[in-house]
Design a protein around this ligand. Structure first.
Ligand code: FDA
Length: 303
């Protein structure tokens, strides 16, 4: 993450900025670009539109850093309702879950029980569960939870972050488990001790890991990036791959590139967040592309 991106992230933590974004029309419009809506109904509506245009979907109920078991259990129930809609509405979709939303920051065993419920229901629905990767405080516990859940249920996948110094070792642990592995650059502010810092170093790590994943058997790589060079590398490597893989992109980001990839015949899954807890997610999208915040500021001043 660049110094500028860190500054934007710092700025969005300030109370007045948060209030302006969450209560004004331009702020809500900005959120709508990246988030399907507050409710499951809205997410289902957008999913149907995406499916009818040829995209697969991964539904993400927003929420993280849950600090009590009841809220974690509530999030699990909402995800069960989501799987019910995937089945009932015949959506081409899976779910993406944040471990701390299921209770990982409170108790690893609780998060494991919750993810197991989701994996069992997802299997009945004929779909999968992807475990999102959060910041480095949770990486080891997340990998541990995933190893256990994937060994037991077999229908999970996990996100790994190229910026993390531990990722090559994690790949050695994760590839033999099968499932799908979502390769992303990493969205959190991390220290130099645990993570690569420059865009060049992160992009080189991503390319090396992409080569490794696209050559691996028994695992489904998910190429999760909007970086043109890395998308091109993924496309080139896919020509040599007979096993399944897919591209993944975030709802509202580089939609022209999304259309282009799909039109070229590549499988593309759109990560589709929904729910009222959208602010932390939005701040990460603003930090990745500070120009997004500029558009918003101009809209506020224009009013
Ligand atoms: P990069 O940031 O270099 O951006 C490449 C280009 O894409 C930019 O030049 C710009 O044009 C465009 N772009 C990128 N972000 C944009 C934005 N917000 N708005 C407008 N344009 C933008 N991270 C994580 O830590 N844990 C996770 O579980 C996940 N999960 C995940 C799922 C999926 C499907 C995707 C695509 C990404 C994630 N991420 C994630 C986020 C990921 O780590 C990363 O922060 C973003 O994808 C941005 O990195 P890029 O690879 O797109 O490259």
């Amino acid at each position: 993450m660049t110094v500028f991106s860190r500054m934007v992230l710092g700025l969005t933590q300030a109370g007045p900025v948060r209030r302006t974004i969450t209560t004004t029309r331009p702020g809500l419009a900005l959120a709508r670009r990246f988030v399907a809506g507050d409710t499951l109904d809205e997410a289902v509506h957008v999913s149907k539109r995406l499916n009818s245009n040829g995209y697969q979907v991964s539904l993400d109920l927003l929420g993280e850093e849950v600090s009590d078991a009841a809220t974690a259990s509530g999030a699990t129930s909402e995800y069960l309702a989501c799987l019910d809609r995937i089945r009932g509405d015949g959506l081409d979709a899976n779910i993406s879950v944040k471990p701390t939303q299921l209770g990982l920051a409170i108790d690893e065993a609780l998060a494991f029980r919750n993810i197991s419920k989701l994996a069992i229901e997802a299997a009945r629905t004929g779909t999968t569960v992807t475990v999102d990767m959060e910041d480095s405080r949770y990486t080891e516990a997340t990998v541990r939870m995933y190893e256990k859940a994937q060994a037991e249920h077999g229908n999970l996948g996990i996100a790994i972050q190229s910026c993390m110094r531990r990722t090559p070792a994690d790949l050695t642990r994760l590839v033999p488990l099968g499932g799908h592995i979502r390769l992303c650059k990493g969205a959190y502010v991390e220290s130099e001790e645990v993570a690569l810092q420059s865009k060049g170093d992160i992009d080189r790590a991503y390319a090396a890991q992409l080569h490794q994943l696209m050559a691996a058997k028994g695992v489904k790589p998910a190429i999760a990036t909007h970086d043109q060079d890395l998308v091109d590398l993924g496309t080139a490597l896919s020509a040599r791959r007979s096993d399944p893989f897919e591209f993944q992109m975030l709802y509202g980001v580089r939609t022209e590139l999304q259309k282009h990839l799909l039109a070229s015949g590549h499988p593309l899954r759109i990560y589709l967040p929904f729910g009222s807890e959208w602010y932390p997610y939005l701040t990460r999208r603003l930090a990745e592309r500070p120009a997004n915040l500029g558009f918003f500021m101009r809209a506020v001043v224009g009013r």
